[in-house]
Write a protein of this length. Structure first.
Length: 540
């Protein structure tokens, strides 16, 4: 009896996972099919966590899995505030780690990156492999039973359909009832079928990952790293030469870039500052790679006091080089404005500096390559986690507005870039509108602000795409505009960011609903009418 019960338990758990996965697919279909995701993406992520905890009870008995599940919950809350690709990828990584660490402890970030990659590669095949296993377990006897059932019900179904068709032809009441029944659109059902398939490909491997995803890799692949067995004198001469060359570059940066001293000849400070930021970062990365392959903790070279002193000096010079690259990028931003790519480059440069420091720390204290890999992975994970929460688009928009040359007239390129930032630029555009004095420039800013406002209101009206962040943004925008009840539309002739004039006489007036209305803070404006671009001359 106990043996039978033990055999039934895995079968019941397998059926439970099928039900949970199908439930998640149905939920995703309801929340996302033919709709842009909003805070509903965070709700789906929380339901996924709950379903995984129910379908895999062992996940709540392992402390390491509970920790990963808590991290996944944090990213789910970030998605609940504002959906984003980075936050969703980090959530998927965390929930996959929570499931895989039921089988294996976390040992090496590089090995776990390989396991996660294997999980992703095998994900499309996992449901098919499990389906094949189920069919093999059922055997030929079950298939014969299925064929028997089909043979039993085939005649009643076919005969009933035939007689019903005859009665429909003879009885107009039956014909009218059958005529009211609309058959589902086969094409639409096929699209839903593929949507369910995509969701199941992502969900099912988390419930039942293949064994190869947690395979035990040979630690020799990562530990130790390949090292060049160079003589101590060669390392001393190399580090001395590298320090001298780096000192030349750093001294010039201190004299001209940091202090602002006049440059010789026709070279301007802009030319000096705007060249080579990414080349210098590549130089620092090459320096870190040299340290990794040329020096091993505990070796004779690493125990040499001269080598250690030259290494510390060289690491400090590399960090100063990265700081100079950051300053060059900031000078470039001051001249040409902030963008998401430049902000990401600054974060990357900071990571490079941390990596160089960790390489030196590892060598000085004889730490393992595993420690170095895990420390760098942790630093990268922290930066990515912060990036998934912070609205970098809003940061960029606020920066460009605060540093806009209002007196000289903001460039049209800056306004076009603000327009590309979407809802994140709404509040900065309102701020810019209040500061601009030039009538033509103010008309441009007002037009862009109005378009951004209407778009946010329209997205917030659909509960599928509604987000907490846009709700807070919209409330602040209405408060900044002065009248929380209505917002007047701009004039009919509005120059766009590239000096094109758009004529739209039927623009809607966005309004804010009563606070007592459930599900949001905004009322539905009529859709934005189609805009007809005209040149300035023809508009006049």
């Amino acid at each position: 009896m106990s043996l039978t019960r033990n055999l039934r338990t895995p079968h019941r758990r397998f059926l439970l996972k099928i039900v949970l996965a199908a439930g998640l697919a149905a939920t995703a279909d309801f929340l996302f099919f033919a709709h842009d995701p909003g805070s509903t993406l965070g709700l789906f992520a929380l339901l996924w966590i709950l379903a995984l905890a129910i379908g895999t009870p062992a996940i709540v008995r392992k402390k390491r899995s509970i920790l990963a599940l808590c991290i996944a919950t944090g990213f789910a809350l970030a998605l609940l505030d504002q959906p984003g690709l980075l936050a969703f990828l980090l959530f998927g990584t965390a929930i996959a780690l929570a499931r895989l660490m039921v089988r294996r402890r976390f040992d090496n970030a590089a090995l776990w990156a390989g396991r996660l990659a294997l999980l992703g590669i095998t994900a499309p095949f996992t449901p098919l492999i499990d389906l094949g296993r189920v069919l093999r377990l059922r055997g030929k006897g079950r298939m014969r039973r299925f064929a028997t059932v089909i043979s039993v019900v085939a005649l009643p179904l076919a005969g009933g359909a035939l007689f019903l068709a005859l009665f429909a032809d003879a009885n107009p009441v039956i014909a009218d009832v059958l005529g009211r029944i609309q058959a589902p659109d086969i094409g639409w059902l096929i699209v839903h079928f593929f949507f369910w398939g995509i969701v199941l490909v992502g969900v099912w491997p988390i419930f039942r990952p293949l064994a190869m995803a947690t395979r035990d890799f040979d630690p020799g692949v990562i530990e130790p790293l390949p090292v060049l067995n160079l003589p101590v004198i060669t390392l001393i001469l190399s580090l001395f030469t590298f320090n001298a060359v780096f000192a030349l570059q750093n001294v010039l940066d201190i004299l001209f870039l940091w202090s602002g001293a006049p440059l010789p000849g026709d070279i301007t400070l802009a030319d000096y500052a705007h060249r080579g930021a990414y080349v210098l970062i590549a130089t620092a990365l090459l320096a870190g790679l040299f340290v990794l392959v040329a020096l091993r903790p505990g070796s004779a070279a690493a125990r040499s006091g001269t080598v250690r002193a030259l290494l510390v000096l060289w690491t400090g010079q590399n960090i100063l080089l990265v700081a100079s690259s950051i300053l060059r990028t900031m000078d470039y931003v001051d001249a040409y404005g902030m963008t998401e790519l430049r902000l990401a480059a600054l974060a990357w440069m900071g990571l490079v500096a941390v990596g160089l420091f960790l390489i030196s720390w590892r060598l000085m204290f004889g730490l393992s390559a595993r420690w170095l890999i895990n420390a760098n992975a942790l630093a990268a994970a922290l930066v990515l986690s912060v990036s998934s929460v912070v609205d970098y688009r809003a940061v960029v928009a606020h920066w460009n507005v605060r540093h806009a040359d209002i007196a000289g007239g903001s460039s049209f390129t800056d306004l076009c870039y603000l327009n590309q930032l979407g809802a994140s630029a709404l509040v900065p555009l309102i701020d810019l509108e209040t500061r601009v004095e030039d009538p033509k420039l103010r008309a441009q800013v007002r037009w862009l602000r109005y378009r951004a406002l209407v778009r946010v209101i329209e997205r917030q009206q659909d509960w599928h795409s509604w987000t907490w962040r846009n709700d807070r943004r919209l409330r602040r925008a209405m408060a900044m505009l002065g009248n929380p009840a209505t917002v007047s539309q701009p004039s009919d002739h509005n120059p766009y960011c590239d000096r094109t004039i758009y004529v739209s006489p039927t623009l809607p007036v966005p309004t804010v609903a009563d606070e007592s209305q459930p599900g949001g803070s905004t009322a539905s404006p009529p859709p934005v009418s189609e805009e007809r671009p005209l040149t300035e001359g023809s508009a006049q």
